[in-house]
Design a protein around this ligand. Structure first.
Ligand SMILES: NC(=O)c1ccc[n+]([C@@H]2O[C@H](COP(=O)([O-])OP(=O)(O)OC[C@H]3O[C@@H](n4cnc5c(N)ncnc54)[C@H](OP(=O)(O)O)[C@@H]3O)[C@@H](O)[C@H]2O)c1
Length: 284
């Protein structure tokens, strides 16, 4: 075990005892210092023992990283030297991402997490913060869409599932990352919306409802962060992914693929800052 890790481990053991005896605010400040220290250590050596990174390496969290836009963004961020933490439910894809992370030599963490499950989200976020400290960028990308149908033919359970993933999942990630990010100041949370978060079409009412809600949720939380963390909603455009194929069928092939989209979108996302707080953005 390296010197940094030994110090962090000793710090952790001491904190468990000490935190019981101090107020919540003091406890949070110390925990954030410990996390920042652990983050600097992670900057020297990756979580999987990869090559050294610069001290200034930033952390991006990508939900729904196993397919589509999330999967494509992982590769672009790793190539840009960002530490990447990602989640999804498909364990085979997560294992493939782990191999890609090791090959990149950049610190990374890919964990199984259903964003609709509060317990999964709490554990995933705690793991990310414990390894890397507060992230600089959180991409709330995971989402599902209902099968094409008018509302009266959408089963109540399916409707609930779309809300649980697309809306409550976004809220859960913000709930668990914001305390640490607000303490550090300067991070950005991007909540993936849609063209259907600003307009509507028939047969995708549950999806539209959640994406309009993501826009409202993002603007309201942006007013709560006092500008210390930027919260934005992003319409990524129209991209040929599994989700698009489920609504457009073969017509999805007329649109760009996720990899070419990520080449344009990742530099744009990496450049977002506090000045964007509360905005509804479109990916380039
Ligand atoms: N593609 C487009 O044209 C388009 C247009 C507008 C907006 N968007 C938005 O862009 C984002 C990405 O869409 P996409 O086209 O890449 O979709 P996609 O190809 O269907 O991929 C969705 C990703 O979300 C993950 N996911 C789904 N449910 C999850 C859950 N409960 N917990 C954790 N992860 C979950 C999936 O992984 P697992 O199955 O492994 O969980 C997968 O990695 C979404 O927010 C979508 O609404 C896309």
């Amino acid at each position: 075990m390296g010197r940094c890790r030994r110090l962090v481990a000793a710090c952790d053991a001491w904190l468990v005892v000490w935190q019981k005896g101090v107020g919540r605010d003091v406890g949070l400040r110390v925990v954030c210092c410990r996390r920042a220290f652990a983050s600097k250590c992670a900057g020297f050596r990756s979580a999987s023992g990869g090559k050294k990174e610069g001290m200034g390496a930033k952390t991006v969290v990508i939900t729904g990283c196993t397919r589509g836009l999330g999967r494509a963004m992982v590769g672009e961020f790793l190539r840009s030297g960002w530490r990447v933490a990602g989640c999804g439910r498909d364990t085979e894809q997560l294992a493939a991402l782990e191999r890609e992370g090791v090959e990149s030599g950049v610190a990374h963490f890919f964990g199984r997490c259903d964003v609709a499950r509060e317990g999964d989200v709490a554990a995933f976020c705690a793991e990310v913060i414990g390894r890397f400290g507060a992230p600089q960028l959180v991409l709330n990308n995971a989402a599902i869409i209902n099968g094409n149908a008018p509302l009266w033919r959408v089963d109540a359970l399916e409707f609930s599932r779309v809300v649980d993933v697309n809306l409550k999942g976004v809220a859960a990630l913000m709930r668990h990352f914001l305390p640490a990010m607000l303490h550090e100041k300067g991070g950005v949370i991007v909540n993936f919306s849609s063209g259907w978060g600003r307009s509507t079409s028939p047969e995708v009412a549950p999806y539209c409802a959640t994406k309009w809600a993501v826009e409202g949720l993002s603007q309201a939380v942006a007013q709560e962060t006092d500008g210390r963390v930027a919260i934005v909603a992003l319409n990524p455009g129209i991209i040929d992914t599994d989700m698009l194929r489920s609504t457009f069928g073969e017509g999805a092939a007329h649109y760009p693929d996720a990899r070419s989209w990520a080449k344009r979108a990742v530099p744009f996302l990496a450049g977002l800052g506090l000045k964007e707080n509360g905005r509804s953005l479109n990916a380039p």
